[in-house]
Design a protein around this ligand. Structure first.
Ligand code: GLU
Length: 444
């Protein structure tokens, strides 16, 4: 059996029931076959793939907090410190009822390659909890965040592990977590990113994942001689990534016609009104039915269905495995030219293969959504310098990083004889730097 197949089998056996983690490991290792074959002897001796697929550390803890009725609630907290070979662990904290160890491990694993692709010195980690901030009062969210950090503070720090936002963790949650960390540690340090501007946050961090997604998509389209202006874009999700992806798409003169949330989706023939969407999602924290109620050109549909809309570009920005084989078939039938992942692993393996086989340009999340974590790394730099850069400075750096990422993965794909396969290109480009660093640092 090949080394890749042996390790996939081993990881599946050692981590039972962790479907998303298995999926991520399979996707990455399958696409590394060519590199592994070229270096098989060294990698086997080093047990490189076994080490790569095993987190350096995984922390699981109890998070007790008191709700508004005086009832004690108990959630589970996680932090998976996956790989620190190229820098301190870096990655978000997901707060969502679906969170379990398998989900956090898949996200941490993806983060290792994503962070490497940014070209910045950040290792990979991920964390979170099954706590659901939806419907909770500010005080309840604060109680949870304080309890979460009261345990997690032992394992994080500006030079060891720097968490950030993800689904369910936005500016409010990061603020409460930062306050509690500072209080316990008695130190003011850049231990979290995505902070508010008044206490060490970076301009353009909020916009970064969505903007970065469009910078990379635009570069990919240009390389394939397609102009983004005038194109119709379907976006799923309506959180931070979706909102700023839509904003940048409009700035590039494309028209975004859909967004979605956990209960339904919007089709807006006039193009999504970003200010209205921001008001509903960021200020009122309400459902998309309110968007449809406020706008004549918008239709609200229950359930899923964004990918049935005719579009040139599809940007899945909601969550993992939200775009399946049927969705991919619908996109191809409607003439979709490109799919770029704003979320982490939103496209299933079968759907990705189908899209690629049918000539759809496909940018995987670990490249396409790396703008968020890249700008987090820029926030870390500013914190270390005790300086703040202007919006324009950060945005220009972000754009350059995304353009570089695209060219790195494009070149890696060409070098390994799979031109245009950006999935393989991204995995190889992300892997090479981590593999070099791991081997150079000896058995650890
Ligand atoms: N959660 C984001 C991601 O998936 C951002 C992580 C960060 O800024 O550290 O990459």
């Amino acid at each position: 059996m090949s080394y890749v197949d042996e390790v996939i089998e081993l990881i599946v056996k050692q981590n039972p029931g962790e479907a998303e983690f298995h999926q991520a490991v399979k996707e990455v290792l399958e696409s590394l076959r060519v590199v592994v074959e070229r270096n098989e002897e060294v990698y086997r001796r080093e047990a490189l793939l076994e080490r790569l697929c095993n987190p350096e550390r995984q922390i699981k803890f109890r998070v007790p907090w008191v709700d508004d009725k005086g009832q004690v609630q108990v959630n589970t907290g996680y932090r998976v410190q996956f790989n620190s070979s190229i820098g301190p662990y870096k990655g978000g904290l997901r707060l969502h009822p679906s969170v379990n160890i398998g989900i956090i491990k898949f996200l941490g694993f993806e983060q290792v390659f994503k962070n490497s692709l940014t070209g910045l010195p950040i290792g990979g980690g991920k964390g979170g909890s099954d706590f659901d901030p939806k419907g909770k009062s500010d005080r309840e969210v604060m109680a949870f965040c304080q309890s979460f950090i009261t345990e997690l503070y032992k394992y994080i720090g500006a030079d060891t592990d720097v968490p950030a936002g993800d689904i369910g963790t936005g500016g409010r949650e990061i603020g409460y977590m930062f306050g509690q960390y500072k209080r316990i540690r008695g130190a003011y340090e850049g231990v979290l990113t995505g902070k508010g501007l008044s206490y060490g946050g970076s301009l353009a961090r909020t916009e970064a994942t969505g903007f970065g997604l469009l910078y990379l998509t635009d570069e990919m389209l240009k390389a394939n001689k397609i102009d983004i202006a005038g194109k119709t874009v379907a976006i799923s999700g309506s959180g931070n990534v979706a909102i700023y992806a839509a904003k940048k798409a409009h700035e590039l003169k494309a028209k975004v016609v859909t967004v979605s949330d956990s209960t339904g989706w919007i089709y807006d023939s006039e193009g999504i009104d970003i200010d209205l969407l921001k008001e509903i999602k960021e200020v009122r924290r309400a459902r998309l039915t309110e968007y449809a109620a406020a706008r004549k050109s918008a239709e609200y549909h229950e359930g899923t269905g964004v990918w049935t809309v005719k579009c040139d570009i599809a940007l899945p920005c909601a969550t993992q495995n939200e775009l399946n084989l049927d969705d991919a078939k619908a996109l191809v039938a409607n003439g979709c030219l490109a799919v770029a992942e704003g979320a982490n692993m939103p496209t299933t393996l079968e759907a990705t293969e189908y899209l690629q086989k049918n000539g759809v340009l496909f940018a995987p999340g670990k490249a396409a959504n790396a703008g968020g974590v890249a700008t987090s790394a820029l926030e870390m730099t500013q914190n270390s310098e005790r300086l703040s850069w202007t919006f324009e400075e950060v945005d220009a750096k972000l754009k350059q990083i995304m353009v570089n990422i695209f060219h790195n993965l494009d070149e890696a794909a060409k070098e390994y004889g799979v031109e245009g396969n950006y999935v393989i290109g991204a995995n190889i480009a992300g892997f090479m730097k981590v593999a070099d660093a791991m081997i150079a640092q000896g058995v650890c």
